[in-house]
Design a protein around this ligand. Structure first.
Ligand SMILES: N[C@@H](CCC(=O)N[C@@H](CS)C(=O)NCC(=O)O)C(=O)O
Length: 246
């Protein structure tokens, strides 16, 4: 590409929608500056750059023009560099629809279930850094406070988590059907592969749900496009009866 606009991507390191956008940028071969915001201080930073009601990550500035949210960013990248396409012409509308579903329905579960499992196994938070290990008791005290604050922030509850677990097999069926229809998992990745694959990749850190994903075609969307994340909340974290049978 002869010239490209100046791209600055604002992320939180563990965020799966940020990983989706980074995979899309790499697929398009676009260069960008990656600004990692400190966890807990992203709201102020994002509000200043993107506006008071746009405080989640990712955000991208394109020659200073703010674009907020993983799907709007991928759509903007498509305008900037149409080739290779994130929305191939023959399935463009179905890909856009699947990416919207991945954002609107699936993505939250990628936040809820890891934080949900960590509530029951807080020491496992130490495994989420590269080379990490389960936390010692003092570290576990810190993790317990952190996880509780996160539950409050995301308005999590046992009912929310149990409902998400019950819904998961149906959502995975939908992903498998999109693969069977050729909307996902084709030879070249598209925007929906990145959006949905990034969420499946973060869900694989939850030992209770990993087997539900790994037995299915959907698993390939995580492993093909994303590196396996460090960290595992061991199976058996959720109370008996909450996790559907694999
Ligand atoms: N669905 C939006 C929102 C993404 C979102 O909620 N990101 C989370 C990280 S995975 C976040 O910014 N959390 C911090 C916060 O809500 O303040 C997108 O795909 O861009």
């Amino acid at each position: 590409m002869p010239t490209q606009p100046d791209l600055v991507l604002h992320v939180l390191a563990p965020s799966h929608p940020c990983h989706a956008v980074e995979a899309a940028l790499a697929f398009k071969g676009l260069e960008y500056e990656r600004v990692e915001l400190p966890i807990g201080r992203q709201v102020e930073a994002m509000a200043e750059l993107y506006g008071e009601d746009r405080t989640t990550v990712p955000g991208l500035t394109v020659d200073g023009e703010p674009v907020h949210g993983s799907n709007p960013i991928m759509e903007r990248l498509e305008q900037l560099a149409p080739d290779p396409s994130l929305y191939p012409a023959d399935i463009a509308e179905r890909v856009a629809e699947a990416a919207r579903w991945g954002d609107g329905r699936l993505q939250d579960i990628g936040r809820h279930l890891p934080w949900g499992a960590l509530y029951f196994r807080p020491e496992a938070m130490g495994t989420m850094a590269p080379g990490g290990a389960p936390l010692d008791p003092a570290g576990t005290d810190f993790a317990m406070r952190f996880v509780r604050a996160t539950w409050k922030y995301h308005r999590l509850s046992a009912v929310v988590i149990a409902d998400d677990l019950q819904a998961l097999p149906g959502l995975l069926d939908h992903i498998d059907s999109l693969i069977a229809d050729g909307v996902l998992g084709g030879e070249d990745p598209n925007a929906a592969d990145f959006q949905i694959g990034a969420t499946l990749n973060v869900l694989r850190m939850v030992g209770d749900v990993r087997p539900l994903i790994d037995e299915r075609p959907a698993a390939q969307l995580a492993s093909r496009f994303f590196e396996e994340r460090p960290g595992l909340v061991p199976a058996g974290a959720f109370p008996a009866g909450w996790v559907p049978a694999a």
